[in-house]
Design a protein around this ligand. Structure first.
Ligand code: CA
Ligand code: CA
Ligand code: CA
Length: 1017
């Protein structure tokens, strides 16, 4: 245990005994079900801050992993735990996964598109092909976002494989981080004592027209192309002339469910009852869209009952099977299947909607075969039922015209490129055919077209290489996609013509793109002194940028859901929490400010910032927009963002001042907010955001020479602080003043709200200092820890079940709100019993600024423990939908640990490490460059090193913290070997250094500062 660890352990022990005393002093009337003593063992506490190793997962743990490995806002492609690809949501379709137990469940992401790599080993006259997947032998996943890493070894197999998979991810270079492509480095290592001959086989299915294949008249087209010394498998699709059905024959109706019973269909289980339903069943939302009077509706007795309904055998005598379907959207659980030889060859589900809609299967390939239809209800939970009607065989499909072929969302191209020239298609076929024991259907054809409904995978193989004992060789592949027909387009559309040009760009620039990505990984993970598990957790949420949650539109506007496919409009109050994109890719957040908040979503008459780019007010979102605007200014290289947007920023702040009503610094009216309800009366959730916004407004006004407005902001601020301390401080934490008789619902009143100091945390992020007196701020955060963080949420949630489950009994979590000292409000603030990772990070980040580092790390560790891959995908922190944006609050914890402060236009950079200040190192990002900051501290000298590793950095002033007992210091500054003159001022342990001239650090430039205490008076 190092010295720092000792201090922290001592700190938590003191804190814990303090909380026990506090409980003894004011025994609540009801037992508070969150223990004040968290009972964390000293070993647990010590492990929190240990540097530790990179996590390695294997066996069952591999099942849940799905690491996003595509570019920012280019769709959602997962690297699964065993190195295979999954999800494949790159076809411009947004799929909402549900919330609570629907998405907080343990599952393996599916893989609807066939692709992969295999090792080809020439062993005597035999060829052994071993695919890189979970059956390889021992498989280990050791990925850390953005770089996926999977290792394969097997007993008796002389080759070990290491595969890296990632899309270029280079902070501050948004365009090169938003490529619709994934790079694979497949490294073969000979672990035997003999020379081995081996190569790598790669394959990819043609998934163009992924969703529309069954509904279009088209062919798929696959080619293998040699170009620029590389080999590419190029998949496309082409429209074929519309099939003219001159005189369609009459439809054959297999079932219309109009009778009193199911006739010759066979029902099993209780959910189908004695016969077809007549429309909507008791307690069901209105069912519509069916024909006639009857339909299959398995909501009989609610969602609980299950069963199957099977048709008699029939001959597939037409090209299409048409039917109406509604109800639950659960694959295999609420579905209709087409069975041939007892096997489901087609399946369809509802869309979690009671309305029945037409659906059809193209069954041309199965014409003449005997089949059955099976309607399945194997689900008892939410949407555990299915609605079906009017099943017909027909010459024409029931679906309407999808529109022009080349405008379909899944029209485009898909490429697998090998960085070298592959062996000939003929020789690849020989490998595939000579392989025994591997029954995979692969093709290697130079040019082939086939029906769009056919599934076909094309393969290519590298030339075999001779590997000496212990020698290794890396094979580089690129998967690229180009699907431009998103309704708003993609930023990438304008830069590329097709997937082949994307792949060629990535390979042309491979060394720079892969090199800079690895340099970031090295700087963030390897060179840091921060705990490895913590770095993993805090960076994993950034992968949200590379999921369906985020769009970067053709117009250049960054836009986002809250979670994948759920709740539109870059919601101001959810994005209030997300610090990561602004620090890593400030260009994206600037576009959201300029094109949404102060663009489309801005009402120039009132200053209202519509919280979903609409004309609707959210009090927290409105104040947060001012804070974000100031942050975007701080993260900019110059003052142009502020100059350009200031009139609207000011107007937006004036809108909040108008809500305050009397310039007293308290907003008392109805405040819609992120809990999807309105707070009535003054509270510090909106109040602290408002005061922080006034502070930020004053700073910006001064920079814009608007002194009168700056003074007005300050006057309101001062009044707000005084009134808040007078009225809202209850001695332990901040409460809400509300008339519960008038507003009995959705309030927290005397409750302890975890987010009660949200604005104070923001103020620290922006170096605005304290809003409320530091002592009370620290006390309030200690109360949040004491009352709201449960090492096991079980007892609390058993008494007070949450609306939605984002943590399960046995798991730790920070509750949104509790009532430790007053009766529980059973109609209190919505989501009060839930666990949101975004709030946890928000609170943890703020705790770090207040030197509650151990408590902060325990909260983050709680998230990490919940998202262990034996249970959940560690890269997918959920809330309403997958990859929920609020989780990107994690970056606020990261910046807080470094005590990071930055003002880009002024060239000011500061650090005050909150953890291991004696020996600290961490990556940082500025406006135009990033690098590594290091600090060492000994008895009589402190050294700072700013090592720029990418881009450039303008510097005019610096700030650091030194030991409190250093009352005067001597400071020297060197840029590389050149001494730089400076003046410094030391106050209460904070040292500010003004450089005599503005410096421009370029890549590999290093600034070193040496600080020594002056002895004597
Ligand atoms: Ca009917
Ligand atoms: Ca059911
Ligand atoms: Ca007021």
């Amino acid at each position: 245990m190092n010295k720092q660890g000792m201090i922290q352990v001592a700190g938590i022990m003191i804190a814990l005994s303090w909380t026990s005393v506090a409980v003894a002093q004011d025994t609540p009337k009801e037992k508070h079900l969150v223990p004040a003593d968290k009972n964390l063992s000293p070993e647990y506490v010590q492990r929190l801050s240990e540097r530790g190793q990179r996590a390695v997962y294997t066996g069952e743990e591999l099942e849940t992993i799905g690491m996003p490995v595509g570019g920012i806002a280019t769709g959602q492609l997962y690297l699964r735990g065993d190195g295979t690809l999954g999800l494949w949501q790159i076809f411009n379709k947004h799929i909402f996964s549900g919330y609570g137990r629907d998405n907080y469940r343990t599952y393996r992401p599916d893989s609807p598109v066939d692709s992969g790599f295999a090792v080809v080993l020439e062993s005597g006259d035999k060829t052994i092909v071993r695919p890189l997947n979970k059956d390889f032998g021992r498989v280990e996943f050791a990925g850390e976002y953005p770089i996926g890493l999977v290792r394969y070894k097997a007993e008796g197999f002389p080759i070990e494989v290491e595969m890296e998979a990632f899309s270029p991810f280079i902070p501050l270079d948004a365009k090169n981080s938003a490529l619709p492509a994934t790079i694979f480095h497949v490294t073969l290592k000979n672990t035997s004592d003999q020379v081995q001959r081996a190569s790598v086989l790669g394959w990819l299915e043609n998934a163009v027209c992924f969703d529309s294949a069954k509904a279009v008249q088209a062919v798929r087209h696959s080619r293998i192309v040699n170009d620029k010394g590389r080999t590419l498998i190029v998949h496309t699709a082409e429209e074929t002339p519309k099939e003219q059905v001159q005189a369609p024959r009459p439809k054959i109706v297999l079932a219309d469910f109009e009778g009193d019973n199911y006739g010759d269909w066979t029902a099993a289980g209780e959910t189908f009852g004695k016969g077809p339903a007549r429309g909507t069943l008791p307690n069901q939302q209105a069912v519509s869209g069916f024909l006639g009077k009857g339909l299959v509706n398995t909501f009989l007795g609610g969602d609980r009952p299950q069963g199957t309904l099977t048709s008699p055998a029939f001959e597939i005598s037409r090209k299409y099977i048409n039917f109406l379907i509604g109800g639950g959207s659960h694959a295999d659980q609420t579905c209709i299947n087409l069975l041939i030889d007892g096997k489901a060859v087609r399946t369809a589900t509802g869309k979690d909607n009671e309305k029945l809609e037409w659906h059809f299967w193209n069954v041309e390939n199965s014409r003449g075969k005997t089949a059955r239809i099976e309607i399945v209800d194997r689900r008892s939970g939410g949407w555990g039922h299915i609605n079906v009607d009017q099943i017909e065989l027909a010459d024409e499909s029931s679906e309407g015209n999808l529109g022009p072929f080349d405008k379909l969302p899944d029209y485009g191209s898909l490429v697998l490129a090998f960085a070298e020239e592959a062996i000939s298609a003929k020789n690849t076929r020989e490998i595939i055919e000579s392989t025994s024991g591997w029954s995979k259907q692969l093709h290697a054809t130079l040019d082939v077209t086939y029906p769009v409904t056919d599934r076909r995978s094309e393969a290519m193989a590298a030339k075999a290489v001779k590997l000496a004992p212990r020698a290794s060789r890396t094979f580089t592949f690129v998967l690229a996609w180009f699907f431009p027909n998103h309704p708003q387009g993609h930023e990438y559309d304008s830069r590329f013509a097709d997937a082949a040009s994307v792949a060629q760009y990535v390979l042309d620039n491979h060394d720079r793109l892969a090199g800079d990505t690895k340099k970031w990984h090295q700087t963030f993970y390897e060179d840091s002194t921060l705990p490895r598990w913590l770095l993993f957790r805090l960076h994993s949420t950034v992968s949200t940028l590379a999921t369906g949650t985020c769009q970067w539109r053709r117009s250049g506007r960054f836009w986002a859901w809250e979670g994948v496919g759920c709740c539109e409009g870059t919601c101001t109050h959810v994005w209030n929490y997300a610090h990561a994109p602004a620090r890593l890719f400030p260009e994206l957040e600037r576009s959201a400010r300029e094109m949404q908040d102060f663009g489309e979503g801005f009402d120039p008459n009132s200053g209202l910032v519509g919280f979903r780019s609409n004309r609707t007010y959210a009090a927290d979102g409105q104040c947060g927009t001012i804070l974000k605007a100031y942050r975007e200014h701080l993260c900019a290289p110059d003052g142009s963002f502020l100059r350009h947007n200031w009139p609207r920023i000011k107007k937006a702040l004036e809108f909040s001042i108008k809500q305050d009503g009397n310039d007293d610094g308290l907003i008392e009216n109805s405040q819609h907010n992120t809990y999807d309800i309105n707070f009535e009366g003054p509270n510090t959730f909106v109040g602290s955001l408002y005061l922080a916004a006034l502070n930020a407004g004053a700073e910006m006004a001064r920079e814009m020479d608007d002194e009168p407005f700056a003074e007005r902001c300050e006057r309101i601020f001062e009044s707000g602080v005084d009134l808040t301390m007078d009225r809202l401080w209850d001695g332990e934490y901040f409460i809400q003043i509300v008339d519960l008789k008038k507003h009995p619902k959705d309030q927290y009143e005397k409750g302890c709200l975890s987010d009660q100091l949200f604005g104070q945390g923001w103020a620290h992020q922006l170096a605005l200092g304290y809003i409320y007196p530091p002592e009370q701020v620290k006390q309030a955060l200690r109360s949040v820890w004491k009352y709201n963080w449960a090492p096991d949420i079980g007892p609390y949630n058993e008494a007070h079940p949450p609306e939605r489950w984002f943590a399960l009994p046995g798991e730790p979590g920070l509750l949104t709100c509790t009532w430790p000292k007053s009766p529980y409000l059973k109609e209190g603030v919505r989501y009060r019993e839930e666990i949101w990772t975004g709030i946890e990070y928000q609170v943890a980040g703020h705790m770090v600024w207040e030197d509650m580092v151990t408590e902060a790390l325990a909260i983050c560790r709680g998230v990490e423990d919940r998202y262990q891959p034996a249970k959940h995908n560690p890269f997918n922190e959920i809330e309403c939908g997958d990859h929920y944006a609020r989780g990107m609050a994690s970056w606020g914890v990261y910046t807080a640990l470094a005590g990071f402060e930055y003002h880009g236009p002024n060239g000011h950079l500061g650090f005050a490490p909150r953890i291991t200040p004696d020996k600290f190192q961490a990556a940082f990002t500025a406006a135009e460059g990033w690098g590594s900051f290091a600090q060492t501290r000994a008895a009589n000298v402190q050294r700072e090193q700013i090592d720029l590793r990418w881009g450039r950095l303008k510097l005019k002033s610096l700030a650091f913290s030194v030991p409190q007992n250093w009352k005067a210091v001597e400071t020297t500054v060197h840029l590389d070997d050149t001494s730089i003159e400076s003046n410094s001022v030391l106050r209460d342990g904070r040292l500010e250094i003004e450089l005599s001239r503005e410096l421009r650090l370029s890549k590999d430039g290093t600034l070193e500062i040496e600080i020594r205490p002056k002895s004597g008076p």
